[in-house]
Write a protein that binds this ligand. Sequence first.
Ligand code: BTN
Length: 233
Amino acid sequence: MDIYTFDVVESTNDLARTHIIDRKSEPAAFVAKHQTMGRGRMGRVWKDEPGMNLLVSFALPGNYYANPPLVGMAAAVFIGEYLESLGLSWEAKWPNDVLINGKKVAGVLPEGIWQDTLQGIIVGIGLNVNQSEFPEEYPGTSIKEELQREVALEQPLTYLAKRMEQIYNQEVDYKTVVQVFKNRFALLGKQVKILSKDESWEGIASNINDDGSLLVAAGGKWININWGEVTLR
Ligand code: BTN
């Protein structure tokens, strides 16, 4: 896949969006050393120290994908596999965060691009590689913090580009993705609080469904949650 690298951009997700809107048919990766308006999930900002982390958005044109959240979950699993290849053990946090020892090492921002029908999917990935200081909002870590050595940013990029090509070529088994994610999801079976658009629920995180949604047992009812943030109660 073609990989385009930039020094400074607002958000690599915007470049990937343009690639899809321009009706390019091949997948591509857009990488930046620094983002001035990096976006996180739930309307948050994604900050970075220039040159330290992998900031990449994959543009995957096509209309035949699993839903965007499930593709985002696959990305989280692939990041986890890459960490495992370095000897690091990882945890998953629904819907698509990757943690090491309870600290966030990567986040994924999947976006579906719709114009009547689905035109393609963007998978934005922020992976903390060589950064040593983290925003205070939540506990963070990086590969360097965990391994005590630096890793070239090209390494995870090459690994993830291969895996994204498999998504584009429909070679990914999403049942396995959900299974792996579930096995790594430390909050499964626990009493949690879920913050979604304007609502919040408390209940037991009971399962991850085949479509990547979270099944919660709350007040004698089952609720399927498609979007939100889950924390321990
Ligand atoms: C999260 O909130 O956990 C998701 C973070 C996603 C950040 C990445 S960095 C590359 C891409 N461009 C963005 O603006 N966001 C994603």
